[in-house]
Design a protein around this ligand. Structure first.
Ligand code: NAD
Length: 545
C-alpha cells in the first residue's frame, strides 16, 4: 500500500520527518513530487545513509553530542533514525536512553531545539482536552507521561524530564515496531523543587515549587479523562513519578484505565526474567531463594510483588512468599516494629530485629540474591559482596540503579570480589570484564526488554487493562529466550540485537492474556504471532509513486 502524502510535495515533504527520505528520493520521485533541485544529485540507498550517519555519530566527541545529533536526525527523518537505531541497537540505546538521556535532561534547556510531545502545565487546568486536541496525530496508541519528579536516579528535573518520555517512546518504536505517529510523549509540568532550576533563567518549565495538593490530582485526572475521550485506544504509561505519587496513581488508575507504571511493573518484569536466568546458571529453585533488596521504592517493591506472584504460581502461600523478600531502605531493615513505613513497604515488613547496616542484614538474613534499587552508588561494598560470595556458591548481585554513576557496584567489582562467581546484572550497561582469563558479558536489566513488547501486545489485542499477569508472562518469555551461549558468558538476558524478536514474542504472550481474560472486545485471531509481526512498523522507505 502506498503511504499517504497528505498532498505534500517539494520542501513540505522534505520537512516532514515521517515522510522525508532525504537523499534517497529516487529520480522518479524527485520529478513527480517537485523535489528536483532541492536535493544534491547523488541518490543514496538507505543502507548508504545509515553507514554515513553511523560514522557521523561515532565521530562526535561526547555521548551528549551524539544524543543531540541523533535527536536532530529523528526530527529530520524518522525512518532513517529508526533504521540506524534498530540495526545498531546495542550501540544506540545507551545514547538515546540511559545513561546519556539523564545527562541530556540535566542540560535540556541547552539541547532543546524543536519541541517534541505535549507540555501540559499546572496552569493549564481546565484546558487539557484542548491541548490534547492540538496534537497532530489522531490514532495515538501509546502515551508515556511523566511529571519529572524522579528522573532515572537523578531526582527532580521538572520539565527537563521530557527527554524521558521522548526516549522511551523511541524505544517502543525501535524495539517493538510501534509506529512513531501512534506514540505521544507528555510532560505534566507541575513545577519543580529543584532549587538550581528555580533560580535558572534558562529553565524551560514553570518556575514554581512543585504542586503536591489537590490541584495536582485534578490535573492528572483531567489528563487521564481527556486521553480517554480524545485518544480512546491509547495506553498510558506512567514514568518517573516520585514514589509517593507513583504508587497512588497506579492504584487509582490501573483498574479503571488501560495504564501501567514501568518503573514499578516493567522493572519487575525484567528483573524476574533475570532471576529465572540466574536460577538456570546456579541450578537453584525460586522457592528456595531469599531476596534482599537495597531500596524499597518503586523498583524494589514492584520486583518484590512480582516475585510473590511468581512464587504463588508455584503453589507457595502468599505470606510465605512475602517472607522470602526483605528490604533495607534509607532508615535500615524494613521490619514490622518500624512506625515510619509507607503502605507499599508495610506488606514486606516482617517481625524481626533491625539491622545496623546492609552488611549486618546480609550476615543475618543470608540472602541468595542481593538486588540494588536504591539510587545510592557504591553501597555494595567489598565486604558486602564478599559476604554474599562466602554465603553462596553463585551469589546473585543485581546493581540496578541508573544511570551508571549510581550503580551500587560495578560489574568488575562484583566479579572480582566474588572471585568470578557472581551472577551480575546492572541497570545501565557495563563493558565486558575479564577476570582470571575468563570474559564475562554483564547483563543489562534493561526495562526495554519488557515494556515495548507489553505495549505492542496491548495494542494488537486492544486490551482495555494492563495486568500484573501480563508482566509475569513477559518475564517468562524473556527468560525463555536466553540461550545457553548467553549463559556461558554470564549474560542473563538475550543479546539486545534480538530485541524485536523478543518484543514480538512478549507481545504475542501478552495479547493471549488479554484474550484469555476477556480484557478486550476483539476475538483472538488464529494467526496471532503473524498478526503481531504484521503490526510492527519497519523503518524502511516506502515508494511514493
Ligand atoms: P524510589 O525513589 O522509588 O526508591 C528508592 C529507594 O531507595 C527508597 O526506598 C529509599 O528509601 C531507598 N534508599 C535511598 N537511599 C538509601 C540508602 N542509602 N540505603 C538504602 N536505601 C536507600 O526509586 P526507584 O524508582 O525505586 O528507583 C531506584 C533506582 O533503581 C534508581 O536509580 C533507578 O534508576 C533504578 N531503576 C533501575 C531499573 C532497571 O535497571 N531496569 C528500573 C527502574 C529503576
Amino acid at each position: 500500500m502506498k503511504p499517504h502524502l497528505h498532498g505534500k510535495r517539494g520542501a513540505d515533504l522534505l520537512h516532514d520527518p515521517l515522510l522525508n527520505k532525504g537523499t534517497a528520493f529516487t529520480e522518479a520521485e524527485r520529478d513527480a513530487l517537485g523535489l528536483r533541485g532541492l536535493l544534491p544529485p547523488h541518490i543514496a540507498s538507505q543502507d548508504e545513509q545509515v553507514a554515513r550517519v553511523l560514522e557521523t555519530v561515532r565521530r562526535k566527541p561526547t555521548d551528549l553530542e551524539r544524543y543531540i545529533y541523533l535527536i536532530s536526525l529523528q526530527e529530520r527523518n524518522e525512518n532513517l533514525f529508526y533504521r540506524l537505531v534498530t540495526d545498531n541497537v546495542t550501540e544506540m540505546m545507551p545514547l538515546i536512553y540511559t545513561p546519556t538521556v539523564g545527562l541530556a535532561c540535566q542540560r535540556y534547556a541547552f539541547i532543546f531545539r524543536r519541541p517534541r510531545g505535549l507540555f501540559i502545565s499546572i496552569r493549564d487546568r481546565g484546558r487539557v482536552k484542548q491541548i490534547l486536541q492540538n496534537w497532530p496525530h489522531a490514532d495515538v496508541r501509546m502515551i508515556v507521561v511523566t511529571d519529572g519528579e524522579r528522573i532515572l536516579g537523578l531526582g527532580d528535573l521538572g520539565a527537563n524530564g521530557m527527554g524521558i518520555p521522548v526516549g522511551k517512546l523511541s524505544l517502543y518504536t525501535a524495539c517493538a515496531g510501534v509506529a512513531p505517529e501512534q506514540t505521544l510523549p507528555v510532560m505534566l509540568d507541575v513545577g519543580t523543587d529543584n532549587a538550581a532550576f528555580l533560580k535558572d533563567p534558562n529553565y524551560i518549565g514553570t518556575s514554581l515549587p512543585r504542586e503536591r495538593g489537590p490541584a495536582y490530582d485534578a490535573l492528572v485526572a483531567e489528563f487521564v479523562e481527556g486521553v480517554q475521550e480524545i485518544f480512546p485506544r491509547a495506553c498510558i504509561q506512567f514514568e518517573d513519578f516520585g514514589n509517593a505519587n507513583a504508587f497512588r496513581l497506579l492504584q487509582e488508575y490501573r483498574t479503571r484505565v488501560c495504564s501501567f507504571n514501568d518503573d514499578i511493573q516493567g522493572t519487575a518484569g525484567v528483573t524476574l526474567a533475570g532471576i529465572y536466568s540466574a536460577l538456570r546458571l546456579s541450578r537453584g529453585q525460586l522457592a528456595r531463594q531469599r531476596f534482599l533488596f537495597l531500596g524499597a521504592g518503586e523498583a524494589g517493591i514492584g520486583i518484590g510483588e512480582l516475585v510473590v506472584e511468581a512464587l504463588r504460581s508455584e503453589g507457595i502461600a502468599e505470606d510465605v512468599a512475602r517472607r522470602q523478600c526483605w528490604y533495607v531502605d534509607s532508615k535500615g531493615l524494613v521490619v514490622s516494629r518500624r512506625t515510619d513505613l509507607a503502605p507499599h513497604k508495610r506488606r514486606f515488613a516482617h517481625d524481626h530485629p533491625g539491622a545496623a547496616s546492609l552488611l549486618a542484614a546480609v550476615e543475618d538474613l543470608q540472602p541468595t540474591m542481593l538486588i540494588g534499587v536504591s539510587g545510592m552508588p557504591a553501597t555494595f561494598t567489598e565486604p558486602v559482596v564478599r559476604a554474599m560470595a562466602r554465603l553462596n556458591p553463585h551469589p546473585v548481585i543485581f546493581a540496578l540503579s541508573n544511570p551508571t554513576s549510581k550503580a551500587e557496584c560495578t560489574a568488575e567489582q562484583a566479579y572480582t570480589w566474588s572471585d568470578g562467581r557472581a551472577i551480575f546484572a546492572s541497570g545501565s550497561p557495563f563493558p565486558d570484564v575479564t577476570f582470571q582469563g575468563r570474559t564475562f558479558k554483564p547483563g543489562q536489566g534493561n526495562n526495554s526488554y519488557i515494556f515495548p513488547g507489553v505495549g505492542l501486545g496491548v495494542i494488537v489485542s486492544q486490551a482495555n487493562r494492563v495486568t500484573d499477569e501480563m508482566f509475569f508472562v513477559a518475564a517468562k518469555v524473556l527468560a525463555s529466550l536466553v540461550t545457553e551461549q548467553d549463559l556461558a558468558t554470564g549474560r542473563i538476558f538475550p543479546d539486545l540485537q534480538r530485541i524485536r524478536e523478543v518484543s514480538a514474542a512478549i507481545a504475542t504472550a501478552v495479547a493471549k492474556v488479554a484474550f484469555q481474560r476477556g480484557l478486550t472486545d476483539m476475538l483472538c485471531p488464529e494467526d496471532l504471532p503473524a498478526r503481531v509481526r504484521a503490526q510492527m512498523y519497519e523503518p524502511t522507505y516506502p515508494n511514493y509513486i
